[in-house]
Design a protein around this ligand. Structure first.
Ligand code: PEP
Ligand code: MG
Length: 378
């Protein structure tokens, strides 16, 4: 009997029956036949080997066979994820989304509450760095106590850095909490949804002012903190050289960059088939950002979902990216693949792909190398 949440099975299972539960597939097989048991045992052995391989990879660097080192960061949304970050062998937190503090509550989080949480995250990760992304509210993440007026196009509206600059008290409080946490371990700060250089300058001015205030209050803080901008909007990608003069690093948020480049709402099922990380325009923009960042002498990472596909990760490395950040669980397979390839192979793939005219051909070109790139990898 199915009551919407639970399935009650009466009379189907006898005491002492063998049951195969496959958590990945979501299946339960009662009194399986011999072939099913053998298959299940094979899967269990395979999982054991993968687990052992994950453990082996934990302490190893993400480095190609010819010695090109890439930083692998983890994306987190909650402080509780830090244990997973460590378990999966990340080099740090490449994206700490801080929205959770603002959602599902009735009013803005106070500085002290934020500081305590940020401090714990930084302390737990030290000596590895944590990249704090200042709050990205708006779009699909609405805090009802903040909404001023209903927007017809929320993704093009008062979102992320725009909202922070519109509500400087909210922004100041978060920056104070982050700066105070910097006394407890290495951290970096980056701003989301930058579309024009003026926003970056304004954000940096507010940050500098907050820092002066804290100094006057004799609050302990790190003396040097790297400041970065996310590149999530085509205007920012095309102006990389301009933005790069004002920051220490860039992080490409491809989830949004794809949405804004292709004009495809990232949460609209009806147009999901048009949301394509392999589209030549997206890959060209990414490649442009990497080249322009390097010309300006700063490092550049990718923290959108596409970085967690081992083949796309290899492609991004071929384009020259310095850092990739992804869900903690996905780190081992990306690391295994990067350790399996030569930088020269990745570069060759990038060169080939950037010449192709459409997403389908690019996908095929990438798939052709999958076996070679991921052989023996997780
Ligand atoms: C992105 O846009 O790629 C990103 C990392 O930010 P978010 O997914 O939180 O919008
Ligand atoms: Mg984004």
């Amino acid at each position: 009997r199915w009551d919407g949440d639970f399935l009650t099975v009466r009379g189907l299972i006898e005491s002492g029956d063998l049951i195969v539960v496959d958590g990945a597939k979501g299946s339960v097989i009662i009194a399986p036949d011999e072939a099913t048991v053998k298959r299940a045992q094979r899967v269990i052995r395979q999982m054991g080997r993968r687990e052992a391989e994950r453990e082996r990879l934990r302490g190893l660097a993400a480095e190609t066979r010819d010695g090109y080192r890439i930083e692998l960061g983890a994306n987190i949304e909650f402080p509780e994820e830090i244990s997973h970050v460590k378990l999966h062998g990340a080099d740090g937190v490449g994206l700490f989304r801080t929205e959770f503090l603002y959602l599902n509550r009735d009013r803005l989080p106070e500085e002290e509450e934020q500081f305590e949480i940020y401090r714990k995250v930084v302390e737990q990760m030290a000596p590895q760095p944590v990249i704090f992304r200042t709050v990205d509210l708006g779009g699909d993440k609405l805090a009802h106590y903040l909404t001023t007026s209903r927007e017809l196009n929320p993704y093009l509206g008062l979102r992320a850095i725009r909202l922070c600059l519109e509500k400087p008290e909210l922004f100041r409080t978060q920056l104070r909490a982050i700066l105070r946490a910097s006394a407890y371990g290495p951290l970096r700060i980056m701003f989301p949804m930058i579309t024009r250089v003026e926003e970056l300058q304004q954000a940096r001015n507010i940050l500098a002012k907050v820092r002066r205030e804290l100094r006057a209050e004799k609050q302990p803080m790190a003396s040097e903190i790297e400041i970065g901008s996310m590149i999530e909007v085509p205007s920012a990608a095309l102006a990389t050289d301009i933005l790069a003069r004002h920051v220490d690093f860039l992080s490409i948020g491809t989830n949004d960059l794809i949405q804004y480049t292709l004009a495809v709402d990232r949460v609209n099922e009806a147009v999901a088939h048009l949301y394509d990380p392999y589209d030549p325009s997206v890959l060209r923009l990414i490649s442009h950002v990497i080249t322009a960042a390097h010309e300006a002498g700063i490092w550049v990472g990718v923290c959108g979902e596409m970085a967690s596909d081992p083949m796309i990760a290899a492609l991004l490395v071929g384009m020259g990216v310095d850092e990739l950040s992804m869900g903690p669980m996905l780190i081992p397979s990306v690391k295994a693949t990067l350790r399996n390839i030569l930088l020269t192979q990745a570069r060759e793939l990038a060169r080939e792909v950037l010449r192709l005219p459409n997403g389908q051909q690019i996908r095929t070109a990438v798939a052709r190398r999958r076996r070679q790139f991921t052989r023996g990898a997780l």
